[in-house]
Design a protein around this ligand. Sequence first.
Ligand SMILES: [Ca+2]
Length: 336
Amino acid sequence: MIVISAPRPVHVLVALGLFLLGALSPLLAATHPGQAELVREVARDTGKSPQALNALLDGAKMQQSILDAISRPAEGKPWKDYRPIFLTDKRIDDGIAFYRDHRALLERIGRQYGVAPAYIVAIVGVETSYGRNTGKYKVLDALVTLGLHYPPRAKFFREQLKELLEMPDNHLAGPLDTLTGSYAGAQGWGQFMPTSIRDFAVDADQDGRIDLQGSLPDIFASVANYFAKHGWVNGGPVAARAQPDAGARVLAVKDATPQWPLEQLEAWGYAPLQALDPGQPTSLQVLEGPAGPEYWFTFQNFYVITRYNRSPLYAMAVHQLAQAIITGVAAADVAR
Ligand SMILES: [Ca+2]
């Protein structure tokens, strides 16, 4: 005999609960603040499925270690302490060997883009020790954490996250949820952010994919293209030492934009230590060196390096590493 009992109140409540859960699921499913709106925008822009996008974002984790890393006060080291971090004998020797190992490819790409190949090597040397350390954070976690859980930088990083989610699969080194990079979500040997991949990355080996993690032609050409698009002057100077006289005018330089002809700086009391074009647009950097202040004329190509990283110390480290590589490669050629 089958007895059909009347539903007990608890069943009614469970049913009601399930109904409400269903109705609210688009809200409850959002693991991260602002996720629903982001998914709407990406789905609208790309036609990607909101379910798949939500599944991807639900799988991303807000990581406290990323918030700690980004909010650590800028180190603000003086040049005399910054330089030894990057200009080590090992990094220089590795750069010389790296250049020689990949010379034909580097020089071909250098010619194609009009960019000095030693500077391409120096960028991957400073960024990732020639590809050895491209970052261990999941890129999706990094950009979700900084784009959706870190209001002070949300505008920039949400755009990067959106770009990552909208990126065609063949512009990524692998499936989106497997990508690794820096705590800021930069990827590959040259540490490109998603908008830089979109704007500057190149499929140089023409295999139909942009792979900044595994293809040296793609990696080198992407860095070269970044420099070329930001105005690298082929064969132009980067930086040169200046000698101030006692009455040299003190200048407030807010960034590395070349803003005076060199001869203007000479007239203000800064003498070049080598022959330079007096009409060359120039800026001036004063760095705190081991033996006191160092004065440097900097030119358009130095400014271009600061488009990669705004710090003049970074640009100077890249410049000096590139120069050490050029010197070392030439010495090795002579010794052969
Ligand atoms: Ca490729």
